[in-house]
Design a binder for this molecule. Structure first.
Ligand code: 86X
Length: 485
């Protein structure tokens, strides 16, 4: 079959991960049909297969956000320019990233509009109208939306001009409540990353120079990608009273005094899809954790003899059983492709389990099951198949998480002197945990010497006993350093 031989060769056209990680990433995104470039530079189309991953993730987040007491709403895409400048100090650094609408209805607008880069300004404006008394608090609103930030360098999912996210904006009576909320969401994000994406994350606080200028404190979750670089996977901000003051969000307190509310904001984006690709993918392509796999199982019928009358009905029966058991299944019954081509294709697209079924399997009343994560193949009896498949899916989910934890441990070093720090950062990339004095000058020097930044400082860590890696003054924290995306 010369035609399919050619197709087989095409399927393997992915740059090896070890040769060029970022080419590999782009190849996987394109060949797995997750996304494609659009006519506007920096904008991408999220294709159905990529969007299905987003929907699964969205559902998991949405359920948990609601269970934590929040409600969803939708705020407008356009924001009057004047609203943004109300929080001028926080916006300064972002100004070049803002997209403007200058014309509408064939006329120049009296006031320019911005396309939301984030929605603090419009949430703040509306909260000022809605909140009067302590009885109105807390306000806990989330929205699912698209946002636009003009970016110079873009990469599918990781940094695009327009992206999808959820953004939560809350208002509270006290500072303690706002801090509790900020950390509750950080935990929620970590739980979703670890349980759904099988991606371990480090929870911690950002340094002053890495935090959002409009926040009192910024927290993040950080994950280690397959090339040893860190990726910020979500942020949660305690905004203090900064936005309440900028937008005049006041309430009458229990003691009748008028006070500003305490705010938080937090978000995760479609970047998480990039994170899952770079955490688990290999030289054959995508490897999806079962919980976010659009298809958890692909059934490939082996076309021998009168397979349409024998194999195909059996394959359909198995598909139905699995679907009834809550498994997401793709039956690839296309007769225009060979089984070999289909194996390579679904492997590349990261489907956790492949079921092969041919006349011989039917005779033996079993199916051949291939795992994407370990590449193991096993014969599974038809009897009790659904239960066994569900076990295997859970096992794959756990195996991927364990593997990612192991990788991170291998790539994390605790270091106490600057020479070693520089050597490690010069060598194999990963996390370096080191004591830091808290000064921005040391942080900046370390960055210019090594390209490494403080990703965050775990909130659970014990008070550090050591001395700053760079200046030898007493440390305020053990910081997690890495070269980052
Ligand atoms: C910072 C703050 C915050 C809600 C999140 O990190 C999660 C979800 N918002 C985001 N921030 C900006 O990045 C930003 C960007 C531009 Cl272009 C801008 F004009 C204003 C901004 N304000 C805040």
């Amino acid at each position: 079959m010369p035609k399919n031989e050619k197709a087989d060769a095409f399927v393997t056209e992915i740059t090896p991960r070890s040769q060029d990680f970022s080419r590999w990433y782009l190849d996987v995104v394109r060949r797995a049909e997750l996304a494609d470039y659009s006519p506007v530079k920096g904008c991408m189309v999220i294709r159905p297969y990529g969007y299905a991953i987003w929907e699964l993730l969205q559902q998991a987040l949405d359920t948990r956000i609601k269970a934590a007491g929040h409600v969803n709403a939708y705020f407008p895409l356009f924001i009057p320019e004047s609203l943004l400048t109300k929080e001028a100090e926080h916006v300064e650094g972002f100004a070049p990233q803002v997209a403007y609408v200058t014309h509408g209805g064939g006329e120049e607008l009296e006031e320019r509009l911005i396309v939301r880069p984030t929605s603090e300004a419009i949430f703040g404006t509306m909260y000022a109208k809605w909140i009067q008394s302590w009885r109105d608090l807390p306000v806990l609103i989330n929205q699912w939306a698209n946002v636009v930030r003009w970016e110079k360098v873009t990469r599918p999912f990781l940094r695009t001009t327009e992206f999808l996210w959820q953004e939560g904006h809350t208002a509270h009576e006290t500072e303690e409540e706002a801090e509790e909320e900020t950390l509750k969401i950080l935990d929620l994000y970590a739980e979703v990353c670890e349980s759904m994406l099988a991606m371990p994350v480090i929870k911690g606080r950002k340094s002053e120079s890495e935090k959002f200028a409009g926040a009192l404190r910024t927290y993040s979750i950080e994950a280690l990608m397959g090339d040893g670089r860190a990726l910020q996977a979500g942020t949660s901000h305690n905004l203090g009273q900064n936005f309440a003051k900028a937008f005049d969000i006041t309430f009458q307190a229990r003691d009748k005094s008028v006070q500003h509310v305490w705010g938080t904001s937090w978000g995760v984006t479609t970047r998480l899809i990039g994170a899952v690709i770079m955490t688990h993918g290999d030289d054959s392509g995508l490897v999806l954790p079962p919980r976010v796999a659009p298809y958890q199982v692909v059934i490939v019928p082996i076309p021998r003899g009168n397979w349409q009358e024998t194999v195909l009905p059996k394959a359909r029966e198995i598909q139905q059983q699995l679907v009834a058991g809550g498994v997401r299944v793709m039956l690839d019954d296309r007769d225009s492709y060979t089984p070999g081509w289909k194996f390579a294709e679904w492997e590349l697209r990261g489907v956790p389990l492949r079921l092969e079924i041919g006349p011989k399997d039917i005779e033996k009343s079993s199916v051949l099951v291939a795992r994407r994560d370990t590449r193991e193949k096993l014969a599974v009896p038809m009897d009790g198949l659904v239960g066994r498949i569900r076990e295997l899916l859970e096992n794959i989910q756990r195996t991927l998480f364990d593997r990612a934890i192991k990788f991170r441990e291998e790539r994390t070093q605790r270091v106490n002197d600057y020479e070693t720090f520089k050597q490690v950062m010069d060598g194999r990339p990963g996390f370096v945990v080191a004591p830091w004095c808290g000064s921005a000058a040391c942080e900046a020097q370390i960055k210019s010497d090594t390209q490494a930044t403080i990703r965050n400082m775990p909130t659970t860590a014990a008070t550090p006993s050591g001395h700053c890696i760079r200046c030898d003054h007493p440390a305020v924290a053990d910081a997690w350093f890495a070269k980052a995306y």
